[in-house]
Write a protein that binds this ligand. Structure first.
Ligand code: HEM
Ligand code: HEM
Length: 179
């Protein structure tokens, strides 16, 4: 078996915190922008939401490859049940960090609004214009985002449980990379 690092390295930690901050912004902005009247401001907010969402997608791709190449030991104080639960929650979060941007990209493209990344260039549409497909996929995007918000809340409850009650190194491993 390949050697495992005792804790998270600096790149993994940087990617964790960057994507966490972006996602904490993307969720409320997503809910805010859908109710706006159709005007230039709405288009601007959509473009920014989509552009930062593409950044989350890209960073998550890098992070997953890095994570697979550099496995990290589970924290020693975790019971087998805690270990299984945290693995399942992390896997679900990674899946949604890929699936949510993909549904956003396919959905907006199907509506005939390809992503204008940071107003700089257009990301090609993966599908032809199809309003029904666009509605279906963007509805899925919204539901997945809701599920993701619930998972993040669960993640934070888990981290708080370790930091406050168990007083183990779980949070330190992600903050300072200590083992
Ligand atoms: C992790 C990244 C992302 C998160 C957390 C996120 C979250 C959200 C949320 C919460 C909504 C509101 C859903 C609703 O109430 O209907 C939304 C809407 C939307 N998002 Fe994202 N999003 C992400 C990435 C993206 C990306 C990459 C794109 C496109 C490239 C995108 C395109 C859209 C569009 C077009 C809507 C409007 C949907 C509609 O009009 O019904 N999102 N997003
Ligand atoms: C949207 C926000 C967040 C997302 C999407 C997220 C996602 C993740 C993911 C996917 C992992 C698994 C890392 C791996 O082993 O590959 C993780 C680990 C971790 N996260 Fe977050 N996170 C978020 C916010 C936070 C916040 C605010 C905190 C601290 C208060 C935090 C603390 C931690 C800690 C301590 C770990 C390591 C857990 C362990 O060693 O088992 N996260 N996070």
């Amino acid at each position: 078996m390949r050697d495992m690092a005792p804790t998270y390295g600096v790149l993994h930690r940087a990617l964790h915190w960057t994507t966490a901050i972006l996602i904490v912004g993307l969720l409320p902005v997503g809910w805010y922008m859908v109710d706006l009247d159709f005007d230039d401001w709405k288009l601007t907010v959509y473009t920014l939401h989509e552009s930062f969402g593409v950044i989350v997608f890209t960073l998550t791709g890098v992070r997953l490859v890095w994570r697979l190449l550099h496995p990290v030991e589970p924290e020693a104080s975790l019971s087998p049940v805690e270990r299984a639960m945290s693995r399942a929650a992390h896997l679900a979060m990674y899946t949604l960090m890929i699936a949510i941007p993909l549904t956003g990209w396919i959905g907006t493209s199907a509506f005939g609004f390809p992503v204008q990344w940071m107003f700089l260039f257009t990301i090609p549409s993966p599908v032809a214009k199809d309003d029904a497909l666009g509605r279906l996929v963007l509805d899925a995007h919204g539901w997945l985002a809701l599920g993701f918000a619930a998972l993040v809340a669960l993640h934070l409850a888990g981290v708080a449980y370790h930091a406050v009650f168990k007083k183990d190194r779980v949070l330190d491993r992600m903050l300072r990379g200590t083992s």
